[in-house]
Design a protein around this ligand. Structure first.
Ligand code: GTP
Ligand code: NA
Ligand code: MG
Length: 345
């Protein structure tokens, strides 16, 4: 495939961190919806995918992002739960990610699932940035809705700034204890050997322009080659969850990371006992900025290109497994089908 804009896929960004450190609130702020408020006990028990187009990112990031500097189409965020009992979902999110955001509550600092997330990122070799969240809870904080963080810092008292800095230096120290050289993101020259720390508030939105800028910059600079996909090739993805959908029966919530899937395609998906071979009956996609697990009204589409979150409706999915691979097989070739079945098993 040539490296034109049409064949560059969206980088997949996993959002990881300890329970209640603000992952879902951060994504809510970015997508302008309120998934977090709809959750039982405000605990995330699923992973969801949210596509955020470049136009939205550039709108939120304001002067920090010039959309003409980028040819990646946006970012696909995957929210993960922080509760200790959902480690499988965290690993799955980490394994899918091209890049990650580690969310840490600046007051709480490193906690058990922060460590767990770091271990996943080390194991998978995923580059990440740290969102030092909840800066607005610093005593004496003067909130600056949606502003870049350095602008906001200029408007804080000396006392508030030094309180925040104490917490931030502790965080940088904890990262160093894990073997990462980290610093405030604006001091980082090389994001491959240093971890950028972005102080922000998911609640007031200050610092979010910075986070989006860093994520776009990192992806564009270091991942452009990897984002070049075979735009028309057979779709490849991972099942996030198997869910019953009224009128469709068991459906697959899938993150597609390569190729394309179309209505009528033959797909092979990992099943409880053996690979399932079935035919796509419908592709249901949440609208941009809507989240796959929160959206009630899906848009029915004829095809979906990577990277994207998509719900696949097809017969015989009752035995499909979350975490399993999904692959499209095109051309009706029996040998190819058998080969894919062996891969998916
Ligand atoms: P799990 O999915 O359960 O791991 O939690 P989470 O990391 O997604 O945290 P969530 O977004 O559910 O937020 C937890 C609580 O922290 C909620 O009450 C949020 O309103 C609050 N919160 C999140 N971010 C901020 C922030 O920047 N400032 C303040 N003051 N509160 C925040
Ligand atoms: Na929570
Ligand atoms: Mg959450």
């Amino acid at each position: 495939a040539t490296l034109d804009a049409g064949s560059l896929r969206t980088p997949i960004v996993a959002v990881l961190g300890h329970v209640d450190h603000g992952k879902t609130t951060l994504l809510d702020r970015i997508r302008g919806s309120a998934v977090q408020e709809g959750e039982a006990g405000a605990i995330t028990q699923h992973i969801g995918a949210t596509a955020v187009p470049l136009s939205t990112i550039s709108e939120m990031a304001g002067a920090l992002v010039d959309p003409t500097d980028f040819d990646l189409p946006g970012l696909l965020f995957i929210d993960t739960p922080g509760h200790h009992s959902f480690s499988t979902l965290r690993s799955r999110g980490g394994a899918l990610a091209d890049i990650a955001v580690l969310v840490v509550d600046v007051n709480d600092g490193f906690q058990p699932q922060t460590e767990e997330a770091i271990n996943i990122l080390k194991r998978t070799g995923t580059p990440f940035v740290v969102a030092a969240n909840k800066v607005d809870t610093t005593p004496g904080w003067n909130p600056q809705q949606g502003e870049p963080i350095q602008q906001s810092l200029e408007k804080q008292s000396e006392r508030a700034t030094s309180r925040l800095n104490e917490n931030l230096y502790e965080l940088i120290g904890d990262l160093s204890g894990e073997g990462f050289s980290a610093d405030f993101y604006w001091r980082v020259q090389d994001f491959q050997s240093n971890i950028g720390v972005v102080p922000l508030s998911a609640m007031t939105g200050e610092g979010i322009p910075d986070l989006l800028t860093v994520l776009m910059g990192l992806s564009q600079r270091y991942m452009k080659e990897e984002m070049s996909v075979d735009a028309g090739g057979p779709g490849v993805g991972t099942v996030l969850e198997v869910q019953d959908e009224r009128g469709f029966g068991a459906t697959l919530d899938v993150v597609l990371y390569d190729g394309v899937v179309r209505e009528g395609d033959t797909v092979v998906v990992g099943g409880r006992d053996e690979p399932i071979v079935t035919e796509v009956r419908a592709l249901l996609q949440p609208r941009p900025n809507a989240e796959i697990r929160a959206e009630k009204q899906f848009e029915r589409v004829e095809e979906v290109r990577a990277a994207a979150g998509v719900k696949i409706a097809a017969p015989d999915l009752d035995e499909a497994m979350s975490g399993a691979p999904v692959r499209v097989v095109r051309g009706g070739d029996e040998a190819a089908l058998e080969a894919v079945k062996r891969e998916v098993r």
